[in-house]
Write a protein that binds this ligand. Sequence first.
Ligand code: NCD
Length: 321
Amino acid sequence: MSESAFDPTDFPDPHLLGIEGLAPPYISMLLDRANEFVELNRTVGGKLDTLAGRTVMNLFYEASTRTRTSFELAGKRLGADVINMEVSTSSIKKGETLIDTAMTLNAMHPDALVIRHGSSGAAKLLSEKVNCAVLNAGDGRHEHPTQALLDALTIRRRKGRIDGLQVAICGDIVHSRVARSNIHLLNTMGARVRLIAPKTLIPTEAERLGVEVFHDMRAGLWDCDIVMMLRLQSERMQTNFFPTLREYYHFFGLDYAKLSAAKDDALIMHPGPMNRGVEIASDVADDIGRSAIREQVEMGVAVRMACLETLVKRQEAENGR
Ligand code: NCD
């Protein structure tokens, strides 16, 4: 791995709670570092000892496949010991509060805590109670910073830049922390963002997020470089946001007919998990030439390595360790 000018102490925050407020050089710093890990991750036996002897704890209060596994792998590739707290078998099931759990874990001196929680602001709350680095792996509808970073790395590697690209984020935006983090990152890095969804799935604050809003897929996808699809988060829906799944697919599901409005080389993305035949047609999702969905997962490990390394090393420098 080549030596870059990477210096974790340059990073402005002790935690990674969101993308909002993170200035372009720091986003680029994480992306550049992650990019250096991509080749390592493709090498048989590729592993570093950068975080040897350090402990990363994964605390996931919500279901996860990609994010949890990817943080675990990222920690291990850097040589850290990784502990996964299973909410279903922990004291959380006995009614322990987030703060009590945090204090308990903190007493074991982890170097980083990775948290996913159903409440917006949970990661921030945790960061105020512990003395290690906290990484937000998704808090309610608020933010999912490492997802936006891995999406940005995927885009940058495929398109060579982020600046000036036209990006459409489509589907259940109102419930999506992925959308919120991506809007902040893409706007900060100079892309133009469009949101495409039925009115009921567009957040009321969309106006002040600096995006264009569309309710018609072909109009919104016209001339786009990137098409980012989102899952319908039915677990966050208390009422009906649209008549039927069939109708939703008809108007908002990404198929080749709607995709033809975008640029010929438009990249198709989805954070997963996908609901095939709901927000995206199977053949589009599996289009080897145009879909970057699997690459996004690959970039996820590299990005989380960069984030863990940066925050743990920064904290050690600060504490003089
Ligand atoms: C997303 C999440 O959990 O916010 N998934 C992910 O992290 N890859 C999106 C989703 O659940 O639909």
